[in-house]
Structure formats: C-alpha cells, structure tokens
Design a protein around this ligand. Structure first.
Ligand code: UD1
Length: 394
C-alpha cells in the first residue's frame, strides 16, 4: 500500500496557500495536489480548509482515511442546508480564515457549493484564486454545479483544465487564454495512485453481509449510483428510474450504491419494496477505495455522477450516464461514456450491447496520465512567484 506523506502548515516565511475541500469529489482531487505540493522543496505552506459540506462517516471520514489526507487545519462545520444557506454559511465562516491567514492564493477544485463560496470570499479580499477542473460546461443551467462552474471560472485568476473543450468554453466566456493551463485530470491521478490498494469485491460484499452467490453477482454485475436532485427528488422520476433498473436487473444483477439523499427518498416515496427483486443489492455510500474496486469489477456502470463518468473512462468500464447532458464531452468522444438520460429504450439497448461485449472500450484522454497534480503544483509555484498575480484580474 502506498502511503503518501504531506507537509501541511509547515513554518514558512511566505504566506500559505489555502486548499479548500467540502464534498466527496473534492477530497479525491485535493489528495494528489497536496502530495505534489509537499514534494516541491519550497517554503510555502499548504493549509487545508474543510467547509464541512460533507460530514458523514461514509461521505467524509472514510475518504480522508482511504486517500491518506491529513486532518484539515480548520473545519468550518457548515453541514447541510439549502443552496443559499449553505453557500452563505461557508462564506461567513471562511472570511475570518482568509483575514487571519492572509494567503498568497486560495485553491478550489470542482464545482460544488464550497468551491464557489470560498472562491467568492477570496476574490473579494483581493486574494488570487486558482480553480482546478475549470471550464467544464454542461450548458444546463438548471444544474447547481453549472452555476458554480461558470461563476467560479469568472472570478479565478489561474484556471487548470482537464480536457481541451474546457479551454474553448473559457475563451468563449471571455476569459483570457493566458490564465488557462491545460494540466490534465487530478481525479485520474487518484485512480492511478490508489488502484493497487483496493480490496476484492467479494470482501466488500461480505463486510456488508451480502452473499454474492445469492444475488447471482458472481458472473458479473452492473453498478448504479444516483444522487442528482433532478433524478431523486421527484417521486415520479425516481419511480420511473427504479422501474427501468428492475428491468435491467433481469438481464444483469445490480449493485446500487446510494447517497444518503437517495436512500431517504426511496424510503419516503415507498420505493424500496420495488427494488427488492432478489437481483438488486443496496449498499450505502462507499468510501473511495471500495468504490474504486466496485467500479473496476463492474460490467457496466449506470450513474448520474460527473466524476464516475471520468473514472469509468480511466478504468475502461462502459458507463451509461442517466442524464441528458454532460460537462465532460471527452468521456463521450474518447472514453467509455454514453448519455442515455432516463430513456428506457436507450438504457436497455445499450445494456444489450454491453452484454454482447459491444460496449464502448474507449481510450485514455490526453494528459490523463497520473501526473496532472505535479503539473499544477509546478505551474502554481511559478505563477505565484511572478510579482503580482492579482494584477491578472485587473
Ligand atoms: C454535492 C454536490 C454535487 C456532488 C455531490 C457528491 C453541490 C451543489 N452539490 O451534492 O455536485 O456531485 O456533492 O456527493 O455542491 N448528506 C448527508 N451526509 C453528508 C452530506 C450530505 O446525509 O455527509 C445529505 C443531506 O441530507 C443533505 C443532502 O445529502 O441535505 C445533500 O447534500 P449536499 O452537500 O447539499 O449535496 P450533494 O447532493 O451531496
């Protein structure tokens, strides 16, 4: 097992760099960045701020453990709330941290509420913001993440992209090309770094008290995750989705890994009995390593997650995305991803293709090579060492 070392908050004459995390996908992206930062022989300290957006054992603690993340220097403990309440609370609690630390830069990742909230605080304090995973666009403004992406990119000083389409999106939104750096995908750095540390699917199922033979999982299974409010908050949509999954499970047994929101909605809408078919196993949200293991061994993944579209491409596992758009088009063009929305026929026909061995094989997109965080760390130090990075935003 690879155990990285970090030097967090070391003594330094220079102002620290704040790294912000809040939710599951942030943890996966920040781990390789902190590793890369501490590998640089520099006197700049890294300071980890956790907003507390995710807090459960499975959504938070297990990720810190699996990814060997250091304890945050500060946890703002905001917890759950409406978008406005959560974003506002993060801003209120992050502001004094910025006042106190006077960082040379705030690094935010991804597109969650914590990303936008902390970027907004920093930029209003005159602190440069670096955004990792910039420029992705679904062109669907009903997604809260799309709003977070657009606004965070507009106020960022240094923008690190994962695929070439992101650069075009940013230029279209009048962001100067010299602020943008095509670095590759830090999420894939994590996949490559951690792949060899996973345990077997049988052990994971046994730990959850599930007999794989009883559910006929031995000959292969499909992995399902669902958490987008647009898919799980409306009883009719969720019921329709569950009915399609029951049909899918007649050809391929399914393992459903459920976000706490989805789990509670299934209970609330009385849908748990619908999926109790003997061919569907329900697991609570999984930690990073067990999820990687479940993903890698699946015949197909059905999901509405953004990150899983990338991870399945990296692992060469066909992915049927239960959304009508994606902000990660490279996974469609070069990877293993297919958009199926909530369309029963599309879902079933793509499943048949996968079962016939005709699922997308894909290839690894450009710069998804496990070295994205190193490129970002090198660039970040170089950029910060320039006299007045803030002047870039003037
Ligand atoms: C957030 C991100 C989403 C990301 C997802 C990954 C935003 C707008 N959304 O969605 O982009 O894909 O994280 O998981 O930032 N809850 C718990 N325990 C927790 C956290 C949440 O039970 O540790 C439940 C609460 O009922 C909470 C709900 O999940 O109200 C939603 O949590 P929230 O952080 O608001 O958004 P996610 O749906 O997790």
């Amino acid at each position: 097992m690879k155990v990285p070392s970090y030097s967090i908050h070391s003594e330094s004459v220079l102002q620290p760099i704040i790294f912000v995390v809040g939710a599951r996908p942030n943890f996966v992206k920040i781990a390789p960045l902190l590793r890369a930062m501490s590998a640089h022989q520099t006197s700049v300290a890294s300071y980890l701020v956790h907003t507390g957006q995710h807090y459960d054992k499975n959504m938070n603690d297990q990720f810190f453990k699996d990814l060997h993340l250091p304890d945050p220097n500060i946890n703002l403990n905001v917890g759950s709330g409406s978008h406005a309440a959560q974003t506002a609370e993060i801003m209120k609690r992050f502001e004094p941290v910025v006042d106190d630390l006077k960082p040379s830069c705030v690094v935010v990742v991804g597109d969650v509420n914590s990303t936008l909230a902390c970027a907004l605080v920093a930029v209003k304090k005159g602190v440069p913001v670096a955004h990792v995973e910039a420029g992705l666009r679904s062109f669907d403004r009903s997604m809260p993440e799309e709003i977070n992406r657009i606004l965070t990119d507009q106020i960022s000083d240094r923008l690190y992209t994962t695929e070439r389409s992101a650069q075009s999106n940013l230029l279209r939104e009048a962001i100067p090309a010299e602020r943008v750096f095509f670095a590759g995908n830090v999420m894939i750095d994590s996949v490559q770094f951690n792949r060899s540390s996973t345990r077997s699917v049988n052990l994971i199922l046994a730990a959850a008290g599930i007999d794989p033979e009883l559910f006929m999982l031995v000959a292969g299974y499909g992995l399902v995750t669902l958490h987008r409010p647009s898919n799980v908050d409306d009883p009719e949509i969720l019921a329709k989705l569950m009915a399609v999954l029951v049909e899918v499970s007649q050809s391929l047994p399914l393992v459903l890994v459920l976000h706490p929101r989805t789990q509670s909605q299934l209970v609330r809408f009385g849908l748990l009995s619908v999926i109790n078919t003997g061919r569907m196993v329900v697991l609570p949200a999984q930690g990073y390593l067990d999820m990687l293991s479940l993903l890698g061994a699946a015949k197909v993944v059905l999901t509405d997650s953004g990150g899983l579209q990338e991870e399945t491409t990296a692992l060469g596992v066909p992915c049927l995305t239960l959304r009508s758009s994606t902000e990660r088009p490279i996974t469609l063009e070069q990877g293993t991803n297919t958009l199926v929305g909530l369309d029963r026929e599309l879902i079933l026909s793509n499943l048949v293709a996968v079962l016939r061995g005709e699922g997308k094989k894909g290839c690894m997109p450009e710069l998804w090579d496990g070295c994205a965080a190193e490129r970002i760390a090198t660039d970040l130090f170089q950029w910060l060492s320039q006299a007045t990075p803030r002047s870039l935003t003037a």
